[in-house]
Design a protein around this ligand. Sequence first.
Ligand SMILES: NC(=O)c1ccc[n+]([C@@H]2O[C@H](COP(=O)([O-])OP(=O)(O)OC[C@H]3O[C@@H](n4cnc5c(N)ncnc54)[C@H](OP(=O)(O)O)[C@@H]3O)[C@@H](O)[C@H]2O)c1
Length: 373
Amino acid sequence: MGSLVRSATLRALRNGGPSFSGIAIRRSSLSVGAFSATMSPPSKAVVYEQQGPPDVVTRVIELPPVEVKENDVCVRMLAAPINPSDINRIEGVYPVKPETPAIGGYEGVGEVYSVGSAVKGLSPGDLVIPSPPSFGTWQTYIVKDQSVWYKINKDSPMEYAATITVNPLTALRMLEDFINLNSGDAIVQNGATSIVGQCVIQIAKDRGVHSVNIIRDRPGSGEAKEKLKKLGADEVFTESQLEVKNVKGFLANIPEPALGFNCVGGNAASLVLKFLRQGGTMVTYGGMSKKPITISTSSFIFKDLSLRGFWLQKWLREDKAKECRRMIDYLLDLAREGKLRYEMELVPFDSFRTALDKALGKQGSQPKQVIRF
Ligand SMILES: NC(=O)c1ccc[n+]([C@@H]2O[C@H](COP(=O)([O-])OP(=O)(O)OC[C@H]3O[C@@H](n4cnc5c(N)ncnc54)[C@H](OP(=O)(O)O)[C@@H]3O)[C@@H](O)[C@H]2O)c1
């Protein structure tokens, strides 16, 4: 397997690296055209040799060509996002820890560059995503078995194709998997400016479901509210606006939500609970504030609320590959029709450091950073 050769190289790097550096120097004097059809071009990759703060432990290095075996497909990556879970994996605080040294990234989009002799259904030039997603998308060329790659419509906007799985699919599953939502119902969520939050608003609206949205107090929150309303949000509140005893008065003509989503934790989770109706359910899928959820005793006694959780990676493991690909087509169709939009900033690979700093929140609130290779 090509990936084994590459991980051997990464191991060499971990073990002191002189041989690795030697490879990099020799390789730089070759042109891509000089490689045979069964070898990939060299790949530029974001690697980390140990878990830790991403801005400290990652570096961009060149990896040598690897063999493209008969069932392998070599993909030239076009774009890949920096998601919170990518950061958590590098930090070592995610339940799944890739073996180090490792290459960052989990989803993305690329173009088929070359295929092994036994590959069927994929040809150079096809637009593909790893589906279900898999590790190591922050690199310019990836060689993996054909079964990893899913061919998507050539008209798919690149930045949406790169980001369609982790966040939009989470929004879709959470809207479908917990309670039966009908047109006219309502949901409530915090972290509404996140990509998941923006997708929840739009998919809900497309189905006639109202959304009540909570965002944090920060510079630019007024503008953020307007943007979410343009996407179809019925109501948007900052956390501080909701520090009142009875929030139900804010709902006007919207029914009390039966379903809530929490990706922040701390007090922002309590605000979701405040809106939920008797017997409602709150689904936690993220913890951006890194604070635990506190729940009033009365939420249990008088409202009999249910607390659930969602993790896409677990859902994907449940033999969902086929279903996942069908949903990707549905979500990409929505994106092509302009029914699913979210804010992103495409950043050239050379500016990876800046993109990483922004994704780490060092420059305040920023749109989703998508690396363009
Ligand atoms: N469980 C799963 O399977 C699953 C799948 C996908 C995503 N997620 C989780 O969903 C969440 C959103 O992911 P995303 O990629 O959609 O997010 P994103 O687009 O990268 O946006 C980050 C969001 O987090 C908010 N935020 C950042 N730091 C915060 C803090 N200290 N306190 C409160 N809010 C903060 C931001 O608010 P501002 O706009 O105010 O900066 C923004 O809404 C993350 O926690 C992610 O791990 C979970």
